[in-house]
Design a protein around this ligand. Structure first.
Ligand code: FAD
Ligand code: MLT
Ligand code: ZN
Length: 468
């Protein structure tokens, strides 16, 4: 085929794959499997540009892919076998670190963990942190505006980005790799590409912010009697730690029972005696002693107020890592237990206890035996409010029978509480048909106009985020 030959000439034969591509066309949760004309793996932005031009000339659409860890079916091609899957994984270089400017410039395919390591090696912190950091890429993080566990202090990926290099739908290279913290020269195109899930352009490189490494980091795991008390505990943590509060994660008993069941070697603490646990982190710029005194004051106040009934403070880096490892293992333990109905919602923090009470009751009334895997980034008002099939029921049958009903109940409740149906994972294909029910109609129409202006022939990740 003429297009395949052209692509081979651009990136070399070895980087156009047509066989053994299951890993590229199956989504992380194994919910969906697509098919591709080929997988193309460009090695630099000039090659990305040439591939985009060749596909545009042939009228073939492109699905960009980083680590393929996305959770909303946005990074795999559809089933037609006519789309080109563009993997950015070969473009993984750290281009530059500017210590005085506190910036790092990396290619889009750089794996997040490697970016964190490059920053640390230069004596800085790159704070974005997700359970998938060993395989997700910064291009994917930017395209989904990923959140993760440090948002309460450092913000989402958007807040960490200063500049982008992007290949447009026409194949032009937009060089916006600026390391400026102030630049009011018109419309902010960077922010349009961030969170666009590959529908407006292909991110090829980015300039990201760096931060000083903290002098000390303390991690604690606390038993909490209710979601109301978890919210009160969060308020106390803000009050006592100020900007030192870098993480505040909540996990219900069932989610931790799944980790205990599938990964008993992790030895989950305290979970059996309490309905909720909180994992919190305090990073201090002064010293270990300063961190400890503030952390101890917080825990004392929380115990006195009845927000916390028991707690363990990690005594070593290894213990702290293990506590985080337990938290990050919930997604994997859920996958081991079988397919579940996932939600990634945000609600004003003050309304979360009432949301959980009401929505739990409604689900229990309509979905017999459903099990709730509730966990998430309470510090950001972001819950992963997931529903698992009853133990004795086949999970595919459960999905077939109840997925729509469960989504209706949860999303309607989210609407009543003024929340969002996608806090950090994005829209992808999974939520594209739900979006019109939840997005302001004027905003949705503006999104369609932006899509038409940036990608007039609808060749970049069509059918994801917004239908035109
Ligand atoms: P992919 O999955 O490859 O792609 C995601 C989307 O971005 C797709 O629409 C794709 O087309 C597009 N895309 C990818 N690269 C580019 C590019 N260079 N240019 C344009 N478009 C591109 N997410 C969170 O927000 N917070 C979490 O805490 C979190 N934890 C996770 C834990 C686990 C165990 C797993 C499996 C996933 C988790 N995720 C989380 C979801 C996922 O890791 C993030 O969405 C991540 O940002 C995706 O990065 P990726 O490189 O894998 O992108
Ligand atoms: C997390 O917070 O662990 C992730 O967003 C993944 C998930 O929701 O399963
Ligand atoms: Zn999350």
């Amino acid at each position: 085929m003429a297009l395949l030959d052209r692509l081979r000439r651009i990136v070399s034969d070895a980087n156009v794959l047509t066989e053994d591509i299951d890993g590229f066309v199956t989504d992380w949760r194994k919910r969906a499997k697509g098919n591709a004309l080929c997988v193309v793996r460009p090695g630099n932005s000039t090659e990305v540009s040439a591939v985009v031009k060749a596909c545009a000339a042939a009228g073939v659409s492109i699905v960009p892919q980083g680590g393929n860890t996305g959770l909303v079916v946005g990074s795999i091609p559809d089933e037609s076998g006519t789309q080109v899957l563009m993997s950015l994984q070969r473009m993984n270089a750290v281009r530059a670190i500017d210590g005085d400017n506190l910036t790092i410039t990396v290619e889009a395919g750089c794996v997040l963990q490697n970016l964190q390591a490059a920053a640390a090696q230069a004596g800085f912190l790159f704070p974005l942190s997700l359970g998938s950091e060993g395989s997700c890429t910064i291009g994917g993080n930017l395209s989904t505006n990923a959140g993760g566990t440090q948002v309460v202090r450092y913000g989402n990926t958007r807040e960490l980005c200063l500049g982008l290099e992007v290949v447009t739908a026409e194949g032009e290279v937009m060089n916006g790799l600026v390391g400026l913290r102030k630049d009011n020269t018109g419309y902010d195109l960077r922010d349009v590409f961030i969170g666009a899930e590959g529908t407006l352009g292909i991110i090829t490189a980015a300039t990201m912010k760096l931060f000083p490494l903290p002098a000390a980091t303390l991690t604690a795991w606390a038993a909490v009697p209710s979601m109301d008390e978890a919210v009160r505990f969060l308020g106390l943590a803000h009050h006592h730690l100020g900007p030192g509060l870098t993480g505040f994660e909540v996990m219900n008993q069932f989610s931790l029972s799944l980790v205990d069941k599938h990964y008993p070697q992790l030895r989950v603490p305290l979970w059996k005696e309490t309905p909720w646990c909180v994992l919190l982190e305090n990073a201090d710029s002064e010293s270990e002693a300063h961190a400890r005194s503030r952390f101890e004051a917080l825990m004392e106040a929380a115990m006195e107020a009845g927000c916390v009934t028991d707690a363990v403070v990690a005594e070593s880096l290894a213990q702290a890592r293990n506590l985080w490892h337990i938290r990050e293992s919930i997604t994997l333990a859920q996958a081991e237990e079988g397919l579940n109905i996932k939600h990634d919602i945000s609600i004003p923090i003050s309304a979360i206890p009432e949301f959980v009470r009401i929505t739990d009751a409604e689900l229990a009334a309509h979905i017999p035996g459903a099990r709730f895997v509730d966990f998430g980034h309470l510090g950001d008002g972001n819950l992963h409010y997931n529903v698992q099939s009853p133990e004795e029921q086949d999970y595919r049958e459960f999905q077939r029978l109840y997925e729509d009903k469960i989504n209706d109940i949860v999303y309607e409740s989210v609407r009543r509480f003024g929340g969002s149906i996608s806090a950090e994972h994005g829209v992808g294909e999974m939520k594209v048909d739900r979006l019109p029910d939840f997005k302001d109609p004027v905003a949705l129409e503006m999104m369609r106009r932006i899509k038409r202006a940036f990608d007039p022939h609808n060749t970049l990740n069509p059918g994801r985020v917004v239908r035109v």
